[in-house]
Write a protein that binds this ligand. Structure first.
Ligand code: SF4
Length: 453
């Protein structure tokens, strides 16, 4: 790629990184989890937005070239994805390439993490290419619970709800793949079936989207999960179950984590990765906690002025929380009728695993709360090993590692930290094999009632 002009006007950080109506544009989504990003794009298309999931990891060299090396790895990967995609579009369309037709979608989170800065940082880099300056960046933010400020208000709420359902359906399909693939009678049959399922689901989401008739989505999900259950070879013994926690992008993006889930399967384990819905539930739960704390403040310092907005916010966040719990329970209920996938835990239950804040406190925020609570929930559910997956230097995951390692050592549960920055570590497979061996021993010991076999 040609080296860009050096020009970085800061004012564009607010005008060209914004929440605005993206209707009529081509919305470019970076790919995170393989199924989820595709179903989310389908949800956008159901609401009239031409959303496309970009190819991923092919532009990593570009992502690394235009960053300093101090950024979080997901920032480099997503930057590489968008540069690679737009470069491809320029080559494909030639003189017909019009940057203003595209919008790059890059959500953000508030709180102490660098994730809140990715989209501004990537704006600075896109602005260094004269022909990419006209590509605006649209974002959704945790600060307002991902209230979809990038669609007209009349459709935003319904889009958000459909998007949530697609996130849960994608989680369930991923869980089906981890449950069936290690035990499939015919190699490759699980991947082939689930690819069909995702393609069919994409079409159906576009068809039923605005009507939000989720029953049709559920019926299709059930059909595919029943078919997936039929692929299991009942003679294969159950493997040690490995729970994966950690930073959301790394744990769900197979290219960035060098296909960790499949490596674990190759070495003899069965994997369950913390769900993507967990993050959305956490964002809503966190808003609930903030509303509670505002009520406490109001009781301490009564003032009529704050009452009306607080009531409005309370009703809004309770409604969202109720909606998400209801939909998630519906999807899992219908999935579990066909296949015994791992259930998801509620965020409230994770908070209890933090042992009255002795291990960590939700008020500190970040994914560390989820990863620590999630790992302890896995242990309670008799998992045989925990892997903490994260980008090299990730702040919340480093906190998580510092807390989990001694805790799990005391509980004698195998534990592995797996950090990634795009380089290949020659000893990674060896560490993973050793870890799975320990997990296998843990399983045998558990089945023998605590005695070593
Ligand atoms: S969670 Fe980790 S990888 Fe993500 S922005 Fe924060 S520090 Fe970076």
């Amino acid at each position: 790629m040609k080296r860009p002009e050096e020009e970085r006007p800061l004012s564009r950080l607010s005008t060209q990184v914004a929440q605005f109506d993206v209707s009529g544009k081509t919305l470019l989504l970076p790919r995170m989890n393989p199924f989820g990003s595709r179903l989310l794009a389908a949800a956008f298309r159901a609401f009239g937005v031409d959303a496309r999931v970009m190819d991923t990891y092919k532009g990593l060299a570009l992502g690394k070239e235009f960053t300093s090396g101090k950024e979080c790895f997901p920032c480099q990967v997503t930057l590489g994805d968008v540069l690679h995609h737009l470069q491809g579009e320029k080559e494909r369309l030639g003189a017909g390439f019009a940057a203003e037709r595209y919008v790059y979608f890059l959500p953000e989170a508030d709180g102490p993490c660098r994730f809140g800065m990715y989209n501004k940082y990537q704006r600075l880099i896109l602005d260094r290419f004269p022909d990419l300056r006209a590509v605006p960046i649209a974002y959704l933010s945790t600060s307002n619970g991902y209230a979809a400020g990038i669609l007209p208000a009349s459709r935003a709420r319904y889009f958000r709800r459909l998007a949530y359902v697609t996130v849960v359906i994608a989680d369930v399909l991923e869980r089906a793949s981890w449950r069936v693939r290690p035990y499939e009678a015919v190699a490759g049959s699980t991947d082939a079936l689930l690819e069909q399922a995702v393609q069919a689901m994409e079409k159906l989401i576009v068809e039923v989207g605005p009507s939000r008739d989720c029953r049709r989505l559920y019926r299709m999900l059930e059909r595919y999960l029943a078919a997936a259950a039929g692929l299991l070879d009942p003679k294969r013994p159950r493997r040690p179950r490995i729970g994966l926690v950690g930073e959301i992008y790394l744990r769900t993006h197979p290219e960035s984590n060098q296909n960790l889930a499949r490596s674990i399967e190759r070495f003899g384990g069965e994997v369950v990765i913390a769900s993507v819905a967990e993050w959305f539930n956490y964002v809503t739960y966190d808003r609930l906690l903030r509303v509670r704390s505002r009520w406490r403040d109001l009781v301490r310092r009564p003032a009529n002025r704050g009452l009306a907005p607080l009531l409005r916010d309370t009703i809004g966040v309770l409604a969202e929380h109720g909606y998400q719990s209801w939909r998630q329970a519906q999807v899992y209920r219908c999935a579990l009728r066909c296949l015994d996938i791992a259930r998801d835990h509620s965020v409230r239950s994770l908070e209890t695993w933090l042992d009255h804040n002795r291990h960590f406190n939700f008020a500190i925020g970040t994914e560390a709360a989820l990863s620590i609570g999630g790992a302890l929930a896995y242990i309670h559910d008799d998992y045989d090993g925990i892997v903490n997956v994260f980008p090299f230097t990730c702040m919340p995951s480093t906190i998580c590692a510092a807390i989990l390692k001694p805790l799990l050592h005391r509980s004698q549960v195998p534990y592995l930290d797996a950090s990634y920055d795009g380089t290949v570590q020659p000893n990674r497979d060896l560490a993973l094999r050793t870890f799975i061996y320990q997990a296998q021993q843990h399983l045998e010991q558990r089945l023998n009632g605590g005695r070593r076999s």
